[in-house]
Design a protein around this ligand. Structure first.
Ligand SMILES: Cc1ncc(C[n+]2csc(CCOP(=O)(O)OP(=O)(O)O)c2C)c(N)n1
Ligand code: SF4
Length: 276
């Protein structure tokens, strides 16, 4: 294994719990490469996760980590960042954790523009609890809780984040692993709330039910069904309108003109202490 990755892992906690072919490991690799590329001070980096197969990743990482309650990683991360603004806080979460039970926290974290990087391992299903549908399950898909096909329309996490006012929004996939690393890296460097929708796969509970083929077929699907928006195109999720059959990947928003919440909070404290 690449030493860049290995040095950030708690090797005594391996092997991991993920099923063979699960793409969460690829997303984790991108996250660790991104952390390493940015040269973050590991003793000042905190990883916070909710509950789920995705969130389990925090247990394998050799940082200060918190494995919190299902859906509540962002409130924990907010508390940590406010208590010690010097820390870099990264949230690991699944699509269910982030957009169902934790959906409210996601939009309010975004609204505040607090400096937290949130990587959503989006496999379109609740993997850990055996394949119930999540807010990103495609319409018509089969899940343990939609045995005749799913009726709801799915959330597009990036559009949701932009709508809520996020200042950094990007989507990558487990197939485009190098690009995903770069997108996470930019999210980490961003001083504000960053959302990275990292498309992952659950061959065990989504793939089998939906006849998506092998684990490799599921990852190759990303290659054939996504299209990259131009790098640095701002707020341009609708670019490449000529091929709307494909999902857009890349950086959709990266703006720096919105005040970051921790800074504003510190300024307010100083002002109040002075009695102004
Ligand atoms: C309060 C609460 N409700 C429900 C659960 C059960 N639960 C554990 S993980 C999970 C869903 C995980 O799905 P997702 O976040 O998409 O991650 P994945 O497992 O697919 O990586 C649920 C519903 C829980 N642990 N706590
Ligand atoms: S159940 Fe799905 S998401 Fe969970 S480890 Fe297995 S393949 Fe991955």
């Amino acid at each position: 294994m690449n030493s860049k990755i290995l040095k950030h892992l708690r090797q005594d906690k391996l092997p991991h719990i993920w099923c063979p072919g699960c793409a969460h490991g690829i997303v984790l690799r991108s996250l660790l490469e991104a952390i390493d590329n940015t040269g973050l001070n590991t003793s000042k980096t905190v990883i916070v996760a909710g509950i789920g197969c995705a969130s389990r990743a925090s247990g394998y990482l050799d940082f200060d980590t918190v494995h919190t309650v299902h859906g509540r990683a962002i409130p924990y991360a907010t508390g940590i960042k406010l208590a010690n603004p010097e820390l870099k806080v990264i949230v690991i979460t699944g699509d269910g954790d982030a957009t169902a039970i934790g959906g409210n926290h996601l939009i309010h974290g975004i609204r505040r523009n607090i400096d937290i990087t949130t990587v959503i391992f989006n496999n379109n299903v609740y993997g850990m609890t055996s394949g119930q549908y999540s807010p990103t399950t495609p319409s018509g898909a089969w899940a343990a809780t939609s045995p005749y096909g799913h009726l709801d329309r799915p959330f597009d996490i990036c559009e949701l984040a932009i709508g809520a006012g996020a200042t950094y929004v990007a989507r990558g996939t487990a197939y485009h692993q190098t690009q995903l690393t770069k997108l996470i890296e930019k999210g980490i460097k961003h001083n504000g709330f960053a959302v990275i929708d990292a498309l992952s796969t659950c061959p065990t509970y989504f793939g089998r039910k939906n006849k998506r083929g092998t684990a490799a077929d599921m990852i190759t699907w990303f290659k054939e069904n996504t299209i990259t928006v131009k790098a640095n195109s701002v707020n341009d999720i609708n670019q490449n309108k000529d091929d709307n059959s494909k999902m857009k990947i890349g950086e959709f928003r990266n703006i720096n003109d919105v005040p970051e919440f921790t800074n504003e909070y510190q300024k307010l404290i100083t002002q109040v202490m002075k009695g102004e």
